[in-house]
Ligand binder design. Structure first.
Ligand code: 5GP
Length: 182
């Protein structure tokens, strides 16, 4: 049986639990329901941002009941630290999204810079539409004019790990979300 830890230590930092697995699944269900409804007559392409969004994407995509395609893209702004780096690296996609309805799947929106730049780059491939689904949102941190269409859970502007999110590559496998302890 899985024993959920209330606190975890990753490298030199301590984290305490913030969001339980049941709350995570409720948030995923909510987004899946909205997308199943909004795209019922469409065949969207989900573009999963690596690596942070993989766990969220796996849970979400299993609940999508319409025909869809899946792509991955790499967008990185944190490096190994805890502050948004301000630059975004996007690697090439293999698929063709021209004329298609794209849904970007993100782990977390912090300053909004990653989503802002991702949208701008993806628009060059001439998709029919682009929407964004994010597992977590730090609303007070949004400093770029980005529209987020589907939000799982809003959190305070603190550094979190787990459920795909890392601290220096550790913690992605945690089944809950943990926040940095002061
Ligand atoms: P933004 O460009 O919106 O500032 O940052 C988005 C990216 O920064 C996310 O995709 C994620 O990789 C990283 N990020 C933002 N906040 C956090 C956080 O609290 N924890 C972790 N592990 N990564 C974060």
């Amino acid at each position: 049986m899985l024993v959920l830890k209330n606190e975890v230590v990753l490298n030199d930092k301590k984290f305490k639990i913030l969001i339980y697995p049941e709350q995570i699944q409720e948030a995923v269900d909510k987004i899946a329901k909205q997308i199943n409804h909004d795209y019922k007559d469409k065949k969207p392409v989900f573009i999963v941002t690596l690596k942070g969004a993989i766990i969220f994407a796996v849970d979400l995509l299993k609940k999508i009941q319409i025909d869809c395609e899946i792509e991955t893209i790499r967008a990185k702004s944190y490096g190994s630290g805890m502050v948004s780096g301000g630059s975004v690296l996007i690697s090439q996609m293999t698929g063709n999204i021209a004329g298609k309805d794209v849904i970007i799947v993100e782990d977390i929106v912090d300053t909004g810079l990653t989503v802002f730049q991702l949208r701008r780059e993806l628009e060059l491939y001439k998709p029919n539409s682009i929407r964004v689904a994010t597992f977590l949102l730090k609303p007070s941190m949004i400093s770029n004019p980005v529209e987020i269409d589907y939000v799982g859970i809003e959190i305070p502007p603190d550094f979190v790990v787990g459920y795909g999110l890392d601290y220096a590559e550790l913690g992605r496998n945690l089944p809950a979300v943990y926040v940095l302890k002061e």
